[in-house]
Design a protein around this ligand. Structure first.
Ligand SMILES: C[S@@+](CC[C@H](N)C(=O)[O-])C[C@H]1O[C@@H](n2cnc3c(N)ncnc32)[C@H](O)[C@@H]1O
Length: 232
């Protein structure tokens, strides 16, 4: 087998870098191929778990992540659970109000649209990919955790833009983490990278409320995102 493994890039949603080969992992815009990096890391852990994405949008990151885990963590990744209102962002309140970047209803893509995107990119698999619709404050308490079949989350992708949304997600996902879970915060540097706003504020408050949990920086991607390894 060729080492390092090489894969042809399928299209613009493929997480593999343009024009460069692994292990450079940098695409043309300087954004690292974080999904492949995380899939490698999760695969090396040899812990079977789920991929939980909070904030699906049009499904672009889901396509990239599913492809990355199929390539690099095929045995370790059990199922992909993709949570979103599928109606866009909720009303902005509290520290989210007045955002220059976000507004209510932004990123509204229906479950049908997302499923079509996943189908078009060859990653839709109803046995292993689940779309979970609803605003998090209702959909998460109503979610039947028996669907996890006793497995925890290998990867948690938080791409919800807002403080209130991230707060709800972090509190809910806490019992589903294990030592070594990777958490990606796609909007870590939004709201001017302030600790008083957005995902950073939610993470700061969550860590303060859970003394047994720590986040260790794992990778930065683009101007906006940061991935962490969970210690718990
Ligand atoms: C920036 S988009 C996600 C983009 C996607 N991860 C990607 O990279 O292709 C943010 C998503 O978070 C969802 N979202 C934010 N807050 C939410 C909430 N409280 N409940 C449900 N969905 C929410 C929005 O509907 C939106 O689709």
């Amino acid at each position: 087998m060729q080492w390092p493994p090489r894969h042809p890039r399928i299209d613009e949603l493929d997480p593999l870098p343009y024009g460069t080969d692994w292990p450079d992992l940098r695409c043309i815009s300087g954004r690292i191929d974080v999904h492949s990096l995380v899939a490698f890391f999760a695969g090396e852990q040899r812990v079977r778990g789920h991929y939980l994405e909070f904030g699906v949008g049009a499904g672009r990151s889901a396509v990239a992540a599913i492809r990355a885990h199929r390539r690099h963590n095929a045995d370790g990744l059990a199922r992909w659970f993709l949570f979103d209102s599928f109606e866009g962002l909720p009303a902005l309140e509290g520290p989210d109000a007045g955002s220059r970047n976000f507004h209510q209803g932004q990123f509204a893509f229906s479950t049908e649209q997302v499923q079509t995107t996943l189908e078009q990119h060859g990653v839709w698999d109803p046995e292993r990919v689940a779309l979970v619709p609803g605003f998090f404050d209702r959909s998460l308490p109503a979610f039947d955790v028996a669907r996890f079949e006793g497995l925890t989350a290998s990867v948690v992708h938080v791409d919800v833009d807002l403080h209130s949304s991230a707060r709800t997600v972090l509190e809910w996902v806490t019992p589903h983490l294990h030592q070594g879970t990777v958490m990606l915060f796609d909007d870590w540097n939004m709201f001017d990278a302030s600790w008083q706003h957005g995902e950073r504020a939610a993470a700061r408050e969550w860590l303060a409320a859970h003394a047994g949990i720590n986040l260790e920086s794992f990778a930065r991607y683009g101007f906006h995102g940061e991935a962490f390894v969970v210690h718990c």
